[in-house]
Design a protein around this ligand. Structure first.
Ligand SMILES: C[S@@+](CC[C@H](N)C(=O)[O-])C[C@H]1O[C@@H](n2cnc3c(N)ncnc32)[C@H](O)[C@@H]1O
Length: 244
């Protein structure tokens, strides 16, 4: 049964998610690509594969999208298109709207030789995908002005604290209530303090904890193994300038 996005992503759903994640065998093709050393840019030029999400977390994204079935996804940071391919493949498992997947990356052609776009094309996953070659802090406000809304966001762009917070604020503004935000590299230098800030001050973004408190503590504090952090938007942000 599809997940109802208006329902809180509670422990029971989190447990169901973990079981599906562990047993997911549908992405073997992508897992192999994610683990390779090179990929192909536009025109077939070999390009080093770097910065991508690994297969384990690619499957995490795949299972979450398949379970949540968002009509529209916004993704920040495409690079060679590995995370985009997991998301697009998951969106292929259910019926969704046109422009179901919008990806923002200012350097797709200049630094990545359009390898992300080329990968989606090779895998025939490029229909319903729109790539916006601009900075997220310019592109998302334009989307907001046009009244665009999303149900799922994957943030993996500039990892500095200021840019990560900007991505979170802007994404929240175009996300439907009930929608999910997934942050990559959440133990990275700039993303880690952003998670701390959001956890403490953003009461409309509820962190989804995938395990019990002790397991969470061991994984995040002792092992520092958290890679992806997931929030669900519970309401609009109504704070004023005084933070209340
Ligand atoms: C870690 S890589 C993304 C990897 C990709 N998500 C994957 O797993 O395959 C970070 C990407 O963010 C892009 N980027 C950097 N600054 C950005 C910005 N201000 N807005 C959007 N994307 C940005 C870079 O060009 C790069 O492609």
């Amino acid at each position: 049964m599809p997940y109802d996005p208006m329902k809180a992503f509670n422990r029971k759903l989190a447990a169901q998610f973990l079981t599906s994640w562990r047993s997911c065998a549908e992405t073997a093709d992508l897992d192999q690509i994610a683990g390779a050393k090179t990929t192909l840019g536009e025109g077939g030029t070999p390009v080093d594969l770097r910065c991508q999400i690994n297969a384990r977390y690619g499957r995490f994204l795949y299972v979450l999208v398949r379970m949540f079935q968002p009509s529209r996804v916004i993704e920040i940071g495409m690079a060679n298109g590995i995370s985009s391919a997991y998301i697009a493949k998951a969106q292929n498992t259910y019926e969704r709207t046109q422009n179901a997947h919008t990806i923002i990356d200012p350097f797709q052609s200049s630094q990545w030789h359009n390898a992300g776009k080329a990968l989606l094309k090779r895998l025939e996953l490029d229909h319903n995908v729109k790539v916006v070659e601009d900075y997220s802090l310019r592109a998302i406000p334009e989307m907001e002005k046009r009244g665009e809304k999303f149900d799922f966001a994957f943030i993996d762009g500039n990892h500095c604290l200021d840019y990560t917070l900007s991505d979170l604020v802007l994404t929240d503004r175009v996300l439907h209530v009930g929608g999910l935000i997934v942050l990559d590299d959440s133990t990275d230098f700039g993303v880690k303090p952003a998670v701390k800030y959001i956890d403490k001050h953003r009461h409309n973004l509820k962190r989804i904890k995938f395990d019990i408190s002790i397991g969470h503590f061991i994984r995040e504090v002792t092992n520092r193994r958290r890679r992806l952090t997931v929030y669900q938007k519970s309401s609009e942000d109504e704070r004023g300038a005084d933070g209340i």
